[in-house]
Ligand binder design. Structure first.
Ligand SMILES: Nc1nc2c(c(=O)[nH]1)N[C@H]1C(S)=C(S)[C@@H](COP(=O)(O)O)O[C@H]1N2
Ligand SMILES: [Mo]
Length: 411
Protein backbone atom coordinates (compact mmCIF):
# COMPACT_ATOMS: atom_id res chain seq x y z
CA UNK A 1 0.00 0.00 0.00
CA UNK A 2 1.53 3.33 -0.97
CA UNK A 3 2.58 5.46 1.93
CA UNK A 4 1.35 9.06 1.91
CA UNK A 5 3.20 11.66 3.90
CA UNK A 6 0.95 13.03 6.61
CA UNK A 7 0.13 16.70 6.13
CA UNK A 8 1.23 17.32 9.71
CA UNK A 9 4.75 16.48 8.65
CA UNK A 10 4.85 19.56 6.47
CA UNK A 11 5.43 22.45 8.73
CA UNK A 12 3.78 25.18 6.76
CA UNK A 13 3.38 27.04 10.02
CA UNK A 14 1.40 30.22 9.69
CA UNK A 15 1.48 30.03 5.94
CA UNK A 16 -1.85 28.30 5.74
CA UNK A 17 -3.36 30.82 8.10
CA UNK A 18 -1.89 33.53 5.90
CA UNK A 19 -4.43 32.65 3.23
CA UNK A 20 -4.22 31.37 -0.31
CA UNK A 21 -0.89 33.03 -1.11
CA UNK A 22 1.02 30.14 0.46
CA UNK A 23 3.74 30.32 -2.12
CA UNK A 24 4.19 34.08 -2.08
CA UNK A 25 7.81 35.00 -1.49
CA UNK A 26 6.97 37.59 1.11
CA UNK A 27 4.74 35.16 2.97
CA UNK A 28 7.42 32.49 3.13
CA UNK A 29 10.13 34.85 4.23
CA UNK A 30 7.89 36.42 6.84
CA UNK A 31 6.96 33.03 8.20
CA UNK A 32 10.53 31.78 8.60
CA UNK A 33 10.41 29.71 11.77
CA UNK A 34 12.11 30.86 14.93
CA UNK A 35 12.43 27.27 16.14
CA UNK A 36 15.44 25.62 17.63
CA UNK A 37 17.50 23.18 15.52
CA UNK A 38 19.82 24.76 12.95
CA UNK A 39 17.51 26.84 10.82
CA UNK A 40 19.07 28.61 7.81
CA UNK A 41 19.14 32.36 8.11
CA UNK A 42 16.76 34.06 5.69
CA UNK A 43 18.72 36.06 3.13
CA UNK A 44 18.53 39.83 3.41
CA UNK A 45 16.25 41.24 0.75
CA UNK A 46 18.21 42.89 -2.03
CA UNK A 47 16.95 46.08 -3.55
CA UNK A 48 17.39 44.66 -7.03
CA UNK A 49 15.51 41.44 -6.27
CA UNK A 50 13.34 40.04 -9.01
CA UNK A 51 10.17 38.20 -8.10
CA UNK A 52 10.06 34.44 -8.46
CA UNK A 53 6.93 32.94 -6.96
CA UNK A 54 7.84 30.52 -4.24
CA UNK A 55 11.58 31.14 -3.93
CA UNK A 56 12.61 32.29 -0.45
CA UNK A 57 16.07 33.71 -1.01
CA UNK A 58 16.89 37.06 -2.55
CA UNK A 59 17.47 36.98 -6.32
CA UNK A 60 19.54 40.06 -7.17
CA UNK A 61 19.44 40.78 -10.90
CA UNK A 62 23.23 40.84 -11.15
CA UNK A 63 23.29 37.16 -10.14
CA UNK A 64 19.99 35.65 -11.32
CA UNK A 65 17.53 35.52 -14.19
CA UNK A 66 14.07 34.50 -13.02
CA UNK A 67 12.37 31.95 -15.27
CA UNK A 68 8.88 31.12 -14.01
CA UNK A 69 9.18 29.33 -10.65
CA UNK A 70 12.93 28.97 -11.21
CA UNK A 71 15.99 31.20 -10.92
CA UNK A 72 18.93 30.74 -13.26
CA UNK A 73 22.37 31.79 -12.04
CA UNK A 74 24.19 34.15 -14.39
CA UNK A 75 27.07 32.08 -15.68
CA UNK A 76 29.15 35.14 -16.54
CA UNK A 77 28.93 36.22 -12.89
CA UNK A 78 30.60 32.96 -11.77
CA UNK A 79 33.86 34.75 -12.66
CA UNK A 80 34.02 36.08 -9.11
CA UNK A 81 33.28 32.72 -7.44
CA UNK A 82 35.70 29.93 -6.64
CA UNK A 83 35.30 26.21 -7.19
CA UNK A 84 32.27 26.20 -4.90
CA UNK A 85 29.15 28.15 -5.77
CA UNK A 86 27.97 30.12 -2.72
CA UNK A 87 24.48 28.99 -1.66
CA UNK A 88 23.10 32.50 -2.23
CA UNK A 89 24.36 32.32 -5.84
CA UNK A 90 23.11 28.78 -6.58
CA UNK A 91 20.38 28.28 -9.21
CA UNK A 92 16.93 27.18 -8.01
CA UNK A 93 14.76 24.74 -9.91
CA UNK A 94 11.34 24.42 -8.28
CA UNK A 95 8.45 22.53 -9.83
CA UNK A 96 6.12 24.37 -7.44
CA UNK A 97 7.42 26.43 -4.52
CA UNK A 98 9.85 26.14 -1.65
CA UNK A 99 8.19 24.67 1.45
CA UNK A 100 9.47 26.13 4.70
CA UNK A 101 9.89 23.00 6.80
CA UNK A 102 10.89 22.57 10.41
CA UNK A 103 13.67 20.08 11.15
CA UNK A 104 12.26 19.49 14.63
CA UNK A 105 9.17 17.71 13.34
CA UNK A 106 10.63 16.39 10.09
CA UNK A 107 10.71 12.62 9.59
CA UNK A 108 12.11 10.49 6.81
CA UNK A 109 10.01 7.39 6.15
CA UNK A 110 11.56 4.43 4.36
CA UNK A 111 8.94 1.95 3.25
CA UNK A 112 8.04 -0.68 0.65
CA UNK A 113 8.15 -4.38 -0.13
CA UNK A 114 11.92 -4.16 -0.59
CA UNK A 115 12.47 -3.95 3.18
CA UNK A 116 12.98 -7.10 5.28
CA UNK A 117 10.45 -6.06 7.89
CA UNK A 118 8.02 -4.67 5.33
CA UNK A 119 6.86 -2.04 7.77
CA UNK A 120 7.93 1.59 7.40
CA UNK A 121 11.05 2.77 9.21
CA UNK A 122 11.33 6.38 10.38
CA UNK A 123 14.34 8.59 10.94
CA UNK A 124 14.22 11.91 12.73
CA UNK A 125 16.54 14.76 11.82
CA UNK A 126 18.50 14.12 15.02
CA UNK A 127 18.87 10.42 14.21
CA UNK A 128 20.22 11.24 10.76
CA UNK A 129 22.69 13.73 12.24
CA UNK A 130 23.90 11.03 14.62
CA UNK A 131 24.84 8.67 11.80
CA UNK A 132 28.40 8.78 10.40
CA UNK A 133 28.68 11.76 8.05
CA UNK A 134 30.42 12.13 4.72
CA UNK A 135 31.38 15.30 2.90
CA UNK A 136 31.85 15.59 -0.82
CA UNK A 137 31.91 18.22 -3.51
CA UNK A 138 29.43 17.66 -6.30
CA UNK A 139 27.84 19.63 -9.08
CA UNK A 140 24.10 19.76 -9.42
CA UNK A 141 23.13 20.47 -13.00
CA UNK A 142 19.64 20.47 -14.44
CA UNK A 143 19.12 18.03 -17.32
CA UNK A 144 17.87 21.01 -19.33
CA UNK A 145 20.86 23.28 -18.68
CA UNK A 146 21.75 24.90 -22.03
CA UNK A 147 18.31 24.00 -23.44
CA UNK A 148 17.70 27.40 -25.11
CA UNK A 149 20.80 26.82 -27.26
CA UNK A 150 19.00 24.07 -29.17
CA UNK A 151 16.88 26.90 -30.53
CA UNK A 152 19.29 29.85 -30.60
CA UNK A 153 22.19 27.86 -32.04
CA UNK A 154 20.61 24.95 -33.88
CA UNK A 155 17.23 26.40 -34.85
CA UNK A 156 15.38 23.51 -33.19
CA UNK A 157 12.22 23.83 -31.09
CA UNK A 158 12.23 22.48 -27.53
CA UNK A 159 9.83 22.60 -24.59
CA UNK A 160 10.70 23.44 -20.99
CA UNK A 161 12.45 26.20 -19.06
CA UNK A 162 14.63 28.28 -21.40
CA UNK A 163 17.86 27.95 -19.44
CA UNK A 164 21.01 29.36 -20.91
CA UNK A 165 24.07 27.95 -19.10
CA UNK A 166 23.47 28.81 -15.45
CA UNK A 167 21.36 25.86 -14.26
CA UNK A 168 24.47 24.39 -12.64
CA UNK A 169 26.42 24.91 -9.45
CA UNK A 170 29.02 23.15 -7.31
CA UNK A 171 28.79 22.77 -3.56
CA UNK A 172 30.35 20.88 -0.71
CA UNK A 173 27.61 18.65 0.65
CA UNK A 174 27.65 17.00 4.06
CA UNK A 175 25.23 14.34 5.10
CA UNK A 176 24.81 10.61 5.46
CA UNK A 177 25.20 7.92 2.87
CA UNK A 178 21.91 6.74 1.43
CA UNK A 179 23.39 3.23 1.64
CA UNK A 180 23.73 3.59 5.44
CA UNK A 181 20.10 4.65 5.75
CA UNK A 182 18.84 1.88 3.47
CA UNK A 183 20.85 -0.76 5.31
CA UNK A 184 19.58 0.45 8.68
CA UNK A 185 16.05 0.34 7.28
CA UNK A 186 16.66 -3.29 6.28
CA UNK A 187 16.89 -3.20 2.49
CA UNK A 188 16.42 -6.72 1.11
CA UNK A 189 18.70 -8.40 -1.43
CA UNK A 190 15.97 -8.51 -4.05
CA UNK A 191 15.23 -4.76 -3.92
CA UNK A 192 15.79 -3.25 -7.39
CA UNK A 193 14.66 0.39 -7.18
CA UNK A 194 14.30 3.09 -4.55
CA UNK A 195 12.13 6.14 -5.05
CA UNK A 196 12.77 9.30 -3.01
CA UNK A 197 9.93 11.82 -2.90
CA UNK A 198 9.82 15.48 -1.94
CA UNK A 199 7.55 17.26 0.54
CA UNK A 200 6.84 20.20 -1.77
CA UNK A 201 3.33 20.55 -3.18
CA UNK A 202 2.15 18.11 -5.85
CA UNK A 203 3.10 19.25 -9.34
CA UNK A 204 0.07 20.26 -11.40
CA UNK A 205 0.48 21.14 -15.06
CA UNK A 206 -2.10 21.48 -17.81
CA UNK A 207 -4.81 20.44 -15.36
CA UNK A 208 -3.05 17.15 -14.51
CA UNK A 209 -1.91 16.40 -10.97
CA UNK A 210 1.35 14.45 -11.25
CA UNK A 211 1.76 14.08 -7.50
CA UNK A 212 4.80 15.00 -5.49
CA UNK A 213 8.18 15.25 -7.22
CA UNK A 214 9.74 11.77 -7.17
CA UNK A 215 11.98 9.73 -9.38
CA UNK A 216 13.27 6.18 -8.98
CA UNK A 217 16.94 5.29 -8.69
CA UNK A 218 18.31 1.82 -9.35
CA UNK A 219 19.62 0.19 -6.18
CA UNK A 220 23.14 0.03 -7.63
CA UNK A 221 23.34 3.83 -7.81
CA UNK A 222 21.48 4.32 -4.52
CA UNK A 223 24.03 2.17 -2.68
CA UNK A 224 27.00 3.72 -4.48
CA UNK A 225 27.63 7.45 -3.93
CA UNK A 226 24.29 9.06 -3.09
CA UNK A 227 24.12 11.33 -0.03
CA UNK A 228 21.24 12.55 2.10
CA UNK A 229 22.64 16.04 2.55
CA UNK A 230 21.83 18.38 5.44
CA UNK A 231 24.66 20.85 4.86
CA UNK A 232 25.71 22.89 1.85
CA UNK A 233 29.10 24.63 1.97
CA UNK A 234 29.32 24.18 5.74
CA UNK A 235 25.88 25.62 6.59
CA UNK A 236 22.47 24.01 7.04
CA UNK A 237 20.79 23.61 3.65
CA UNK A 238 18.95 26.80 2.67
CA UNK A 239 15.19 26.43 2.34
CA UNK A 240 15.31 26.69 -1.45
CA UNK A 241 17.89 23.93 -1.74
CA UNK A 242 16.01 21.32 0.24
CA UNK A 243 16.05 22.11 3.95
CA UNK A 244 16.19 20.11 6.08
CA UNK A 245 17.41 17.15 3.96
CA UNK A 246 17.87 16.58 0.24
CA UNK A 247 19.36 13.89 -1.94
CA UNK A 248 22.60 14.59 -3.78
CA UNK A 249 23.12 12.17 -6.65
CA UNK A 250 26.59 12.89 -8.05
CA UNK A 251 26.97 13.07 -11.84
CA UNK A 252 23.30 12.44 -12.53
CA UNK A 253 20.80 14.92 -13.94
CA UNK A 254 19.59 17.39 -11.30
CA UNK A 255 16.08 15.92 -11.05
CA UNK A 256 17.58 12.87 -9.29
CA UNK A 257 18.66 15.07 -6.37
CA UNK A 258 15.25 15.28 -4.70
CA UNK A 259 14.89 18.26 -2.33
CA UNK A 260 12.85 18.38 0.89
CA UNK A 261 13.06 14.61 1.12
CA UNK A 262 10.04 13.07 2.86
CA UNK A 263 10.03 9.39 2.08
CA UNK A 264 11.82 6.70 0.12
CA UNK A 265 10.05 3.69 -1.33
CA UNK A 266 12.16 0.55 -1.61
CA UNK A 267 10.78 -1.89 -4.16
CA UNK A 268 11.42 -5.38 -5.46
CA UNK A 269 9.91 -4.32 -8.77
CA UNK A 270 11.06 -1.53 -11.10
CA UNK A 271 9.41 1.78 -10.21
CA UNK A 272 8.33 4.59 -12.49
CA UNK A 273 7.06 8.13 -12.10
CA UNK A 274 6.12 10.88 -14.55
CA UNK A 275 9.73 12.01 -14.08
CA UNK A 276 10.91 8.81 -15.80
CA UNK A 277 8.01 8.31 -18.22
CA UNK A 278 6.67 11.69 -19.43
CA UNK A 279 9.89 13.65 -18.87
CA UNK A 280 13.62 12.99 -18.63
CA UNK A 281 13.69 10.67 -21.60
CA UNK A 282 14.92 11.63 -25.06
CA UNK A 283 12.05 11.99 -27.51
CA UNK A 284 12.27 12.93 -31.18
CA UNK A 285 13.40 11.78 -34.59
CA UNK A 286 16.86 10.65 -33.45
CA UNK A 287 15.48 8.51 -30.62
CA UNK A 288 13.45 5.30 -30.29
CA UNK A 289 9.69 5.60 -30.76
CA UNK A 290 8.25 6.15 -27.28
CA UNK A 291 11.50 7.70 -26.13
CA UNK A 292 14.89 6.56 -24.87
CA UNK A 293 15.44 4.91 -21.51
CA UNK A 294 15.18 7.42 -18.65
CA UNK A 295 18.24 9.65 -18.71
CA UNK A 296 20.63 9.32 -15.82
CA UNK A 297 24.13 10.78 -16.19
CA UNK A 298 24.78 14.37 -17.11
CA UNK A 299 27.06 15.21 -20.05
CA UNK A 300 29.97 17.64 -20.58
CA UNK A 301 30.12 21.37 -21.19
CA UNK A 302 32.39 24.38 -21.27
CA UNK A 303 31.58 28.07 -21.30
CA UNK A 304 33.07 31.55 -21.07
CA UNK A 305 32.44 33.69 -18.02
CA UNK A 306 31.39 36.59 -20.18
CA UNK A 307 27.94 37.95 -20.97
CA UNK A 308 26.55 37.07 -24.39
CA UNK A 309 26.98 40.18 -26.52
CA UNK A 310 29.85 41.57 -24.40
CA UNK A 311 32.01 44.23 -26.00
CA UNK A 312 35.81 43.92 -25.80
CA UNK A 313 38.33 46.54 -26.79
CA UNK A 314 40.53 45.93 -29.77
CA UNK A 315 44.32 46.17 -29.46
CA UNK A 316 44.66 45.07 -25.85
CA UNK A 317 45.14 41.72 -24.18
CA UNK A 318 42.04 40.25 -22.55
CA UNK A 319 42.29 37.43 -20.08
CA UNK A 320 39.30 35.32 -21.09
CA UNK A 321 38.10 32.89 -18.44
CA UNK A 322 35.62 30.06 -18.23
CA UNK A 323 34.74 26.70 -16.76
CA UNK A 324 34.57 23.16 -18.10
CA UNK A 325 32.99 20.06 -16.57
CA UNK A 326 32.08 16.50 -17.42
CA UNK A 327 29.95 14.04 -15.48
CA UNK A 328 31.59 11.21 -17.39
CA UNK A 329 35.30 11.59 -16.59
CA UNK A 330 37.77 14.26 -15.46
CA UNK A 331 38.29 17.12 -17.92
CA UNK A 332 41.45 16.64 -19.97
CA UNK A 333 41.63 19.72 -22.19
CA UNK A 334 39.84 22.90 -23.06
CA UNK A 335 40.43 24.35 -26.51
CA UNK A 336 39.28 27.77 -27.58
CA UNK A 337 38.72 29.48 -30.88
CA UNK A 338 38.44 33.24 -31.29
CA UNK A 339 37.73 33.12 -35.02
CA UNK A 340 34.53 31.11 -35.19
CA UNK A 341 36.25 27.72 -35.27
CA UNK A 342 38.94 28.16 -37.94
CA UNK A 343 41.81 27.92 -35.44
CA UNK A 344 41.97 26.34 -31.99
CA UNK A 345 44.43 26.61 -29.14
CA UNK A 346 44.62 25.24 -25.61
CA UNK A 347 43.37 27.16 -22.61
CA UNK A 348 45.29 26.87 -19.35
CA UNK A 349 43.50 24.83 -16.69
CA UNK A 350 43.59 26.44 -13.25
CA UNK A 351 42.32 23.48 -11.19
CA UNK A 352 43.05 19.78 -10.93
CA UNK A 353 40.39 18.03 -13.00
CA UNK A 354 38.08 15.69 -11.12
CA UNK A 355 35.11 13.78 -12.47
CA UNK A 356 31.95 15.55 -11.46
CA UNK A 357 33.72 18.77 -10.57
CA UNK A 358 34.54 21.68 -12.80
CA UNK A 359 37.82 23.31 -13.73
CA UNK A 360 38.37 26.98 -14.29
CA UNK A 361 40.38 27.90 -17.36
CA UNK A 362 41.92 30.98 -18.86
CA UNK A 363 43.38 32.11 -22.15
CA UNK A 364 44.83 35.47 -23.18
CA UNK A 365 43.45 37.07 -26.34
CA UNK A 366 44.36 40.25 -28.16
CA UNK A 367 41.84 41.11 -30.85
CA UNK A 368 43.21 43.20 -33.72
CA UNK A 369 40.13 43.97 -35.77
CA UNK A 370 36.73 45.29 -34.76
CA UNK A 371 33.29 43.82 -35.35
CA UNK A 372 31.26 40.81 -34.26
CA UNK A 373 33.18 37.66 -33.23
CA UNK A 374 32.04 34.21 -32.17
CA UNK A 375 34.09 32.77 -29.31
CA UNK A 376 34.09 28.99 -28.99
CA UNK A 377 35.33 26.63 -26.30
CA UNK A 378 35.47 22.86 -26.46
CA UNK A 379 36.30 20.46 -23.68
CA UNK A 380 37.46 16.86 -23.94
CA UNK A 381 37.51 14.52 -20.95
CA UNK A 382 39.92 11.70 -20.13
CA UNK A 383 37.41 9.13 -21.41
CA UNK A 384 37.64 10.77 -24.84
CA UNK A 385 34.24 12.46 -24.76
CA UNK A 386 34.39 15.77 -26.55
CA UNK A 387 31.84 18.50 -27.23
CA UNK A 388 30.38 18.05 -30.71
CA UNK A 389 29.54 20.90 -33.08
CA UNK A 390 25.85 20.07 -32.78
CA UNK A 391 23.93 18.39 -29.98
CA UNK A 392 21.55 15.60 -30.98
CA UNK A 393 18.11 17.15 -30.74
CA UNK A 394 15.43 15.90 -28.38
CA UNK A 395 12.04 17.56 -28.06
CA UNK A 396 12.46 18.41 -24.35
CA UNK A 397 15.91 19.86 -24.85
CA UNK A 398 17.91 17.74 -22.40
CA UNK A 399 21.66 17.11 -22.24
CA UNK A 400 22.86 19.94 -24.46
CA UNK A 401 26.55 19.18 -24.98
CA UNK A 402 27.55 21.07 -28.14
CA UNK A 403 30.27 23.69 -28.40
CA UNK A 404 28.64 26.97 -27.34
CA UNK A 405 28.83 29.77 -29.90
CA UNK A 406 29.40 32.84 -27.77
CA UNK A 407 28.74 36.12 -29.57
CA UNK A 408 30.74 39.21 -28.64
CA UNK A 409 31.68 42.47 -30.35
CA UNK A 410 35.17 43.91 -30.60
CA UNK A 411 35.17 47.70 -30.59
N1 LIG B 1 11.27 17.97 -4.21
C1 LIG B 1 11.83 18.48 -5.30
N2 LIG B 1 13.08 18.11 -5.60
C2 LIG B 1 13.68 18.63 -6.70
C3 LIG B 1 13.01 19.51 -7.57
C4 LIG B 1 11.69 19.92 -7.20
O1 LIG B 1 11.04 20.74 -7.85
N3 LIG B 1 11.14 19.38 -6.06
N4 LIG B 1 13.63 19.95 -8.71
C5 LIG B 1 14.68 19.07 -9.22
C6 LIG B 1 15.43 19.61 -10.34
S1 LIG B 1 14.69 19.48 -11.87
C7 LIG B 1 16.71 20.08 -10.20
S2 LIG B 1 17.60 20.57 -11.54
C8 LIG B 1 17.34 20.21 -8.87
C9 LIG B 1 17.75 21.65 -8.62
O2 LIG B 1 18.33 21.81 -7.35
P1 LIG B 1 18.50 23.28 -6.75
O3 LIG B 1 17.18 23.98 -6.84
O4 LIG B 1 18.99 23.08 -5.35
O5 LIG B 1 19.53 23.98 -7.60
O6 LIG B 1 16.47 19.80 -7.82
C10 LIG B 1 15.67 18.68 -8.13
N5 LIG B 1 14.97 18.25 -6.95
MO1 LIG C 1 16.25 20.01 -13.46
Amino acid sequence: MPYSPAPARRSLLKLIAAGPAVSAVGGLAAAAPAHAVTVPAPAAPATTAAAAPGIVKALPAEYFTVRGTNAEARFDAFADTGLLTPAERFFVRNHTSTPVLDAADWRLTVWGDGLHGRSPVHFTYGQLRDLPSVTRTALIECAGNGRSLYTSQQGEPVTGTSWTLGAVGAARWRGVRLSDVLRRAGIAHDAVDVQPRGLDDPYVSGGVDYGRVRRPLPVAKALDDVILAYEMNGEPLPYDHGYPVRLVVPNWVGIASIKWLGDIEVSTRPLGSPWTTDWYRLFGAAHPAGGSAPISRQTLKSAYQLPFGATLESGRVHRLTGRAWSALAPVRTVEVSTDGGAHWRHARLLDTPRRGGWVRWTVPWRPHTTGPVTLLSRTTDTAGNTQPERAVHNTQGYLFNAVVRHPITVV
